[in-house]
Ligand binder design. Structure first.
Ligand code: SAH
Ligand code: SF4
Ligand code: F3S
Length: 481
């Protein structure tokens, strides 16, 4: 796929993006920060840039010009880690000629591999896990003092709530807001609970404040981020005990409600929903607010209940179908997307076919599709054999991708012929005289610039499409969505 919407891809496809913050005169040292992995990791990089900006670092896009090189890494699949290792070997070479250069690894790979990145692999000077970013300035000083530095302590409380993220590579229109950290689910294939620690939610006041600040700065869309946003909770513990009786309890539906009230012109999106926890009150609050986008990413992983059980996902095929039916009942026009893993431990041909048949029932707008990669320490690695041969995994993945390609193209075609309210994001990558933006359904639309401006809403009549992008023209007519 080649349209602007690929910016939103999760996982490896977002990898290797260098980020830049404008320098200030007091910033004497230079940071080169490269981010890999999911949106949450990108959001964390904005926290890291903020912490280091306070410590006197300006960021640079030029790695040759940096005093400090940091890679914010992902451990979700083995190939994600291999790419980072290759990059670290390049930096190790660079260090030969620049003895004062400090190279560090942040994020999920840092948390997973800890000291071994320093000791066995000898690739870096600095290893910092996702909950220890406040310590980076001290750790850099420690490295300058001649020591290697590690902090991979996970926290039950850290949410970086009061740190104002430095918006990296900002388009000035759309931004991420982290609403929680960690994950308490133990999906058997997944390394995230080991790399990100326990689930904890961020103070709703600080979330709403951040949304206000973004709106005042001209932003018009926020995406609320968490590994399982449906289990967001404030002032209540996992057992349902209210912590402070004089304060309200805030769950995810109420959080959406509060953020949606920041301004009717601020669009609200969120990711990721979990099929086992997505409740009707969340769907109802989405339906109630026009500015909450009609789009849900609901990862299914597999269409077979036995595989889902081995994956420890906490739902069956029937439960998932019922949740999708609830979406369609409460918001008949809502767009949907998913994540799918091919070739999980013990997956038979029939079980794989159940995934294909579920896809045929769902007609997702979009899907992230992966073949299973065994991760150290996970339940699946300890309990099940990774027994689907690589060629079978990849053939099944191809089949899944082929089905999705047809569904996505059909979904795109189904949007042609109507008028949509589109948030203008910027100039189209392919055509200088065109803008691109998105519909509420998260579909990218390109149209001639005329007198439109990024960060405003326009009505676009869609006349044509490619398999993933809508092509239109601004109109004075009222939108149908
Ligand atoms: N919290 C989100 C997903 C986070 S990881 C959720 O529960 O849906 C993003 C996606 O990576 C997952 O949905 C899954 O499809 C994929 N993934 C995770 N671990 C994987 C592994 N070991 N092999 C292949 N894909 C994996
Ligand atoms: Fe991983 Fe499951 Fe948590 Fe998602 S919900 S991050 S897949 S353990
Ligand atoms: Fe990767 Fe960590 Fe995100 S493993 S997908 S960067 S939470």
């Amino acid at each position: 796929m080649d349209s602007e919407d690929q910016k939103e891809l999760l996982g490896e496809s977002l990898q290797g993006t260098p980020t830049v913050v404008p320098g200030q005169p007091t910033h004497t040292r230079k940071l080169y920060l490269e981010s890999y992995g999911c949106q949450m990791n990108f959001s964390d990089s904005e926290i890291v840039a903020s912490i280091l900006s306070e410590a006197g670092f300006a960021t640079t896009r030029d790695e040759d010009d940096a005093d400090l090189i940091l890679l914010n890494t992902c451990a979700i699949r083995e190939n994600a880690e291999q790419r980072v290792r290759a990059r670290l070997r390049q930096f190790k070479q660079a260090k030969g000629a620049r003895p004062h250069l400090v190279v560090g690894v942040l994020g999920c790979m840092a948390e997973r591999l800890k000291e071994s990145l320093l000791e066995q692999e000898k690739l870096v000077d600095l290893v910092v896990g996702p909950d220890a970013y406040r310590d980076i300035p001290n750790l850099v000083d420690q490295v300058h003092g001649g020591q290697k530095a590690v902090n991979v302590l996970l926290s039950r409380e850290e949410t970086y709530a009061e740190i104002s993220p430095v918006r990296l590579d900002a388009n000035g229109v759309t931004a991420f807001i982290s609403i929680m950290r960690g994950c308490d689910n133990m999906c058997s294939f997944c390394v995230v609970p080991f790399t990100r620690g326990r689930e904890r939610s961020r103070d709703p006041e600080s979330i709403v404040r951040e949304a206000h600040e973004l709106f005042d700065a001209g932003y018009r869309e926020v995406t609320l981020l968490g590994q399982n946003v449906d289990s967001y909770k404030w002032n209540i513990d996992n057992k349902g005990v209210v912590k402070n009786e004089s304060e309200p309890v805030v769950r995810f539906a109420e959080l959406i409600n509060r953020v949606a009230h920041v301004n009717p012109d601020l669009r609200v999106r969120f990711s990721t929903s979990h099929p086992k926890d997505m409740t009707d009150d969340v769907l109802e609050v989405m339906a109630k607010h026009e500015n909450v986008c009609k789009y849900i990413h609901l990862p299914v992983q597999s269409g077979n209940s036995d595989v889902l059980k081995r994956m420890n996902r906490g739902y069956t095929r029937e439960w998932y179908l019922e949740r999708m039916a609830a979406i369609r009942r409460i918001m008949p026009d809502c767009a949907t997307s998913t994540d799918i893993i091919s070739g999980f431990c013990g997956e038979t041909e029939d079980e794989h076919k159940d995934t294909l048949s579920l896809m045929d029932m769902m007609h997702y707008d979009m899907a992230y599709m992966f073949s299973y990669s065994e991760r150290p320490r996970t339940l699946a690695q300890r309990k099940y054999e990774n027994d689907v041969p690589p060629e079978v995994k990849s053939r099944r993945l191809q089949e899944i991708m082929a089905v999705q390609k047809v569904h996505a193209a059909n979904r795109t075609k189904s949007y042609v012929g109507r008028t949509y309210r589109v948030l203008v994001e910027g100039t189209s990558k392919k055509k200088e005289d065109q803008f691109f933006g998105r519909t509420t359904y998260n579909t990218v639309v390109v149209f001639p610039k005329e007198n439109a401006k990024p960060g405003t809403y326009v009505n676009v009549h869609v006349q044509d499409c490619t398999p993933v992008t809508l092509i239109g023209k601004m109109t004075k007519n009222e939108p149908s969505a």
